[in-house]
Design a protein around this ligand. Structure first.
Ligand code: ADP
Ligand code: ASP
Ligand code: MG
Length: 406
């Protein structure tokens, strides 16, 4: 007997037929003498629809009220799935975040899980019930509802797996696993049998939304056995695990992120401490600054450009406005028509030619690079958004990722 956490995403519970499909899968696992905790996302496009609804009422609604609204999507799914399991005839109970005691910080719309208090889930499992829990939502110290950021149900699942000491955490989705690139962009992308936590964390953070990046971060920290697989077909998935048991590929995958913006502070005074001051203010507002480029000073002035997630553009704008005196830029240029395209692979740390090959692929495709950033296991470039998908395909082909079936 094992304890298994199974998470099902929006497409997997999109309608009644899909909910019964999920219910049958869960019951199959339960009938094999396992304890099962199920984490569900909102059905289909529910979260997007709720956001649209809110915009009709108040486009500047507070994040607190947005979280109250968005959390209802998952609450519907958990009840519907529990009803389907009831109908099949197995004992089941649905639980929301406050019932489970899933505590987060108070960073509404993008909260971090702190811990799971209480043992309600264990008590229900002890009664041999299947537990269906709402993903994405949490509760803070004020007893307010919070949400974990888009795609956050994956993180709910890993958190629960860790709190309960589960044997396995399965993330069921609408593709068979993790591929060398988004199979919707690159039709001949290849499914990976396994991938290291570090590589998956990079891919997820760089736009491969098949897993929420924080779920990978947490799985690595608590050494959770994580598997990504399809809810729609029965096929082996992708295992996410410790690096030492994964082959070190030069390039494991290509990712694209369209949800970013580039900010250029033009004509900033070229004095020590400027970058520190600017980025310290942004950090205080929890803005995730990514690729940073600073020009060489001329006539006592320099330009500083950086990227931020689109979701944090407003907060960035506000912070820059509030500190415009200190920053003293001649003007600020904001460009939302950019994408970040990245390659990730543990093997590139010891192989200096990788970045050049990536740039060659872009050159061959006639795509201009605006900014570059590298780390041990990734290279990212900023390019104009309309070329992003072509760039992913060109880079994928250049590294022969379609040919490398493992
Ligand atoms: P869910 O609703 O199940 O959480 P998501 O839409 O969040 O599903 O994530 C699954 C999607 O992630 C896939 O449909 C696919 O388009 C996309 N994706 C992006 N990059 C990758 C990748 N490298 N491998 C697999 N899927 C990817
Ligand atoms: N329903 C939320 C979203 O659409 C959370 C999730 O699907 O993981 O982002
Ligand atoms: Mg998801």
């Amino acid at each position: 007997m094992a304890l298994i956490v199974q998470k099902f995403g929006g497409t997997s519970v999109a309608n009644a037929e899909r909910i019964f499909n999920v219910a049958n899968r869960v019951v199959e696992t339960y009938d094999q003498d396992n304890d099962v905790v199920v984490v569900v996302s909102a059905q289909g496009d529910t979260t997007d629809e709720l956001i649209e609804k809110a915009k009709e009422i108040n486009p500047r609604a507070s994040k607190r009220e947005m979280d109250v609204l968005l959390s209802t999507g998952e609450q519907q799914s958990m009840a519907l799935l529990a009803m389907a399991i009831e109908k099949i005839g197995r004992p089941v109970v649905s639980l929301s975040a406050w019932q489970v005691g899933l505590m987060t910080d108070s960073n509404y719309s993008n909260s971090r899980i702190k811990r799971i208090v209480g043992n309600r889930i264990q008590a229900e499992l002890d009664k041999h019930k299947i537990v269906v829990m709402a993903g994405f939502q949490g509760i803070n110290k004020f007893d307010d509802v919070t949400t974990l950021g888009r795609g956050g149900s994956d993180t709910s699942a890993v958190a629960v797996a860790s709190a309960l000491g589960a044997d396995l955490c399965q993330i069921y989705t609408d593709v068979r696993g993790v591929f060398t690139a988004d199979p919707r962009i690159v039709p001949d992308a290849v499914q990976l049998n396994d991938i290291s936590y570090d590589e998956m964390l990079e891919l997820a953070s760089l736009g491969a939304n098949v897993l929420h990046n924080r779920s990978v971060e947490m799985a690595k920290k608590y050494n959770i056995n994580l598997e990504v697989l399809s809810s729609l077909e029965k096929a082996p998935g992708t295992i996410v695990k410790e690096a030492n048991s994964v082959e070190k590929m030069l390039v494991r995958g290509v990712a694209r992120d369209n949800d970013i913006a580039r900010i250029s502070l033009v004509g900033v005074e070229d004095t020590p401490g400027k970058a520190f001051q600017i980025f310290a203010h942004l950090a205080k507002k929890k803005v995730n600054v990514d690729v940073i480029l600073q020009s060489i000073g001329r006539d006592g002035k320099k330009d500083i450009s950086f990227t931020v997630p689109s979701s944090q553009l407003e907060a960035t704008r506000k912070t820059l406005d509030e500190n415009s005196g200190m920053i003293g830029a001649e003007h600020i240029d904001i460009n939302e028509n950019v994408s970040k395209v990245s390659i990730v692979g543990a093997g590139m740390a010891s192989n200096p030619g990788v970045a050049a090959t990536m740039f060659e692929a872009l050159y061959d495709a006639g795509i201009n690079i605006n900014m570059i950033s590298t780390s041990e296991i990734k290279v990212s470039v900023l390019i104009d958004k309309p070329y992003a998908e072509d760039a992913v395909r060109a880079i994928h082909a250049k590294f022969h990722l379609d040919a490398k079936r493992d």
